[in-house]
Unconditional design. Structure first.
Length: 222
């Protein structure tokens, strides 16, 4: 049953995931100089980065693309399902509600991480090859991008919870997404050491997942 649910989720979010992956790969192709993507990224976005992972261009645009992907995935797996009446079918399966929604969350986060982490890894591997660029490179220079991979899913969880909550779409329903926007933007803007980031993220994700499970258990789906 869980396998069938996972396949369903993958099939339904595939289109959004491919768009997000394409956006991230476009940025990578631009900064490593793949024609014609380099010219396109420079003319459309002003994207330029002399030292891999150090300039703000790639990191900033990558975070924007990742945030858009996270929010789209969160709402697609929650609000869209409710609008299409899928919950009435799913919640009659012989599974606990928490299991159903945790499976959806797990698939969403895994897909997000794959779409964002793969382009970063490709960029890092290119930067690590001697002769590809005239500047020095160390793997520690990628730390901020890897942190972003773990930070931005806060927006995914916030969007998921917003889409799951009852209420007006422009009222209390969007509060979780709005609430996650502030810590996400702060951690992306002001780099923190891993010893601070990891405990903070564990606390925030724990609170969000607890709230998602609570709403999933208590809400009437009719």
């Amino acid at each position: 049953m869980i396998k069938a649910l996972a396949i369903k989720e993958l099939r339904e979010i595939l289109g959004i995931a491919l768009l997000g992956l394409a956006a991230e790969l476009f940025l990578v192709a631009g900064v490593i100089g793949v024609p014609p993507f380099r010219q396109m990224s420079q003319s459309m976005l002003g994207l330029a980065e002399d030292v891999p992972f150090i300039g703000s261009s790639f990191f900033g645009f990558s975070c924007i693309a990742a945030a858009a992907l996270a929010i789209a995935l969160g709402f697609r797996q929650s609000a869209w399902e409710n609008g299409k009446g899928a919950y009435q079918f799913l919640l009659h399966r012989p599974l606990r509600r928490e299991t159903i929604f945790l499976t959806k969350l797990g698939i969403g986060v895994a897909v997000f991480l794959a779409c964002v982490a793969l382009p970063i890894l490709l960029y890092a591997l290119w930067a690590a090859v001697p002769g590809t660029h005239p500047s020095p490179f160390q793997w520690s220079m990628t730390s901020r991008s890897w942190q972003a991979c773990l930070i931005v899913p806060l927006l995914y969880a916030g969007a998921f919870l917003s889409g799951l909550r009852p209420g007006r779409r422009f009222g209390t329903q969007l509060l979780p997404l709005v609430a996650t926007t502030f810590p996400t933007s702060m951690m992306l803007t002001f780099p923190l050491p891993w010893l601070v980031v990891l405990p903070l993220l564990l606390m925030l994700y724990g609170a969000l997942v607890t709230n998602i499970c609570y709403v999933a258990r208590m809400r009437e789906y009719s």
